[in-house]
Design a protein around this ligand. Structure first.
Ligand code: GDP
Ligand code: MG
Length: 178
């Protein structure tokens, strides 16, 4: 059994809980508790390998500028950084998070490699209210050597599964070279 820990990070309302719950239950329920941090667990089989997955959905939001994410950074093997394409402030927050993760990675020389970070532009169904261009997300991901996609937790179940699967694949392939 391989244990994989994934932290879902991003600004408040970006859709972190929606993404995690969609992946875990297939359902989009619309409203999600935001009062406490949650760790969800799931057993799954990926490429013939049994995986015990823990997903950390960070509900208590660190304020931008004083991101005290040290515990999360040490806990997680992989990261999903979520922003809302219809909310520019959430993109700025995602950018700050990426820099924070890189900084910490460089500082402590952690096991994590950049390929285990996925930048996700959520709420693609709201593209008529778009404030962040696809190319801006792509550029930020290239600058930080992480993966990138836009999707909708509300409407794109298959894309949500594909994104989580890529995160798991990259993260577990890092384990092999440890
Ligand atoms: P969190 O604070 O990052 O965990 O955000 P939530 O997952 O609680 O989502 C915040 C709000 O955005 C909720 O009202 C969700 O229903 C909504 N939401 C999440 N994902 C999507 C999406 O893909 N499309 C749309 N239209 N709304 C979404
Ligand atoms: Mg939440």
């Amino acid at each position: 059994m391989t244990e994989v820990k994934v932290a879902v990070l991003g600004g408040s309302g970006a859709g972190k809980s929606a993404l995690a719950v969609r992946f875990l239950t297939r359902r989009f329920i619309g409203e999600y508790a935001s009062s406490a941090d949650c760790i969800y667990t799931k057993h799954l089989c990926l490429d013939g390998r049994q995986i015990h997955l823990e997903i950390y959905d960070l509900c208590s939001q660190p304020q931008q500028g004083k991101l005290s994410l040290t515990d999360e950074l040490h806990w997680a093997d992989g990261f999903i950084i979520v922003y809302d394409i219809s909310d520019r402030a959430s993109f700025a927050f995602a950018k700050a998070l990426l820099y924070r993760i890189r900084e910490s990675h460089l500082a402590v020389c952690k096991k994590m490699v950049e390929s285990s970070i996925f930048l996700v532009g959520n709420k693609q169904d709201l593209c008529h209210m778009r404030e962040v261009g696809w190319d801006e997300g792509q550029k930020l991901a290239i600058e930080n050597k992480c993966q990138f996609c836009e999707l909708s937790a509300a409407e794109h179940y298959q894309e949500v599964v594909a994104m989580f699967t890529k995160v798991l694949r990259n993260t577990t392939s890092n384990f092999k070279v440890k």
